[in-house]
Ligand binder design. Structure first.
Ligand SMILES: [Fe+2]
Ligand SMILES: [Fe+2]
Length: 248
């Protein structure tokens, strides 16, 4: 990580101030990363249930709820005009990757295949969806600053890799064919790397120029964790009661 602030040595025998700032930033980001990986959203009963216990029908129903969230690439696009110059190109490249990977088509193909394996349809509560889907909504993108966005983006990429692997494993445990599951394979293969790109090529350059945004980044991480945690807990309590009882 490069120093956050260029500075000279502050006295004999004292490390340069830049080294302190660098170390403090690194420590703050490490702490935030630990908060993400130890959060309930990242370690929920919902995803371990989908991985280890749920049948195809249960997983399919959840994927319908998941698929009803606003598209992530569109959410990233909403932030592009507000991104500072130092990260605009990186964010634009990331959006292109998201769009070039044919995410929406792969997701639709996967869901169509899952639908062909199950008999019942998912009932989606639209009011509840609007409430739960705030994170990637236009309303959320409008009312916060770039630090808040980067924190939420970073947490999203870290969590995506694990939950995609868990859902993929749950479907394979149920002997769903591998071919239609490319959407998941792409994500558990690449989202951990994406999270490092967000941290090292977006968050760090922004902090180099505007260190005071650390608070907003932290706020973005915490907001994402609490909203995702609320989402999975709501789903566990209302949609998976029998499975949750069996596994607890
Ligand atoms: Fe993606
Ligand atoms: Fe990603």
């Amino acid at each position: 990580m490069t120093p956050v602030i260029d500075s000279q040595a502050s006295g004999p025998g004292t490390p340069p101030r830049a080294a302190f700032t660098d170390a403090l930033t690194r420590a703050a980001l490490e702490r935030l990363e630990l908060q993400i990986t130890r959060s309930y959203a990242h370690n929920s009963l919902l995803y371990s249930t989908l991985e280890n216990l749920a049948d195809v029908e249960t997983i399919t129903h959840f994927m319908h709820w998941d698929g009803a969230q606003p598209p992530f690439a569109r959410y990233l696009r909403l932030w592009l005009p507000r991104a500072p110059d130092c990260i605009r190109r990186e964010l634009g490249d990331h959006i292109n990757i998201e769009e070039n990977q044919r995410h929406s088509e792969l997701f639709t193909e996967m869901l169509r295949h899952l639908d062909s394996l199950v008999s019942s349809e998912t009932d989606l509560d639209q009011d509840r969806l609007a409430e739960l889907n705030y994170t990637f909504s236009e309303r959320c993108a409008e009312e916060r600053d770039i630090g808040f966005f980067l924190g939420g983006f970073w947490a999203t990429e870290i969590m995506s890799a694990k939950r995609c692997l868990q859902i993929y494993r749950g479907l394979r445990r149920n002997r769903v064919a591998d071919g239609p599951l490319e959407y998941f394979r792409i994500h558990f293969d690449s989202d951990e790397a994406h999270s490092r790109v967000v941290r090292d090529r977006m968050i760090v350059p922004v902090l180099q120029r505007t260190p005071y945004l650390l608070g907003a980044i932290r706020h973005g991480v915490h907001d994402r964790l609490s909203r995702s945690g609320a989402y999975v807990m709501w789903y566990e309590m209302t949609r998976l009661p029998s499975l949750v009882e069996e596994s607890s």
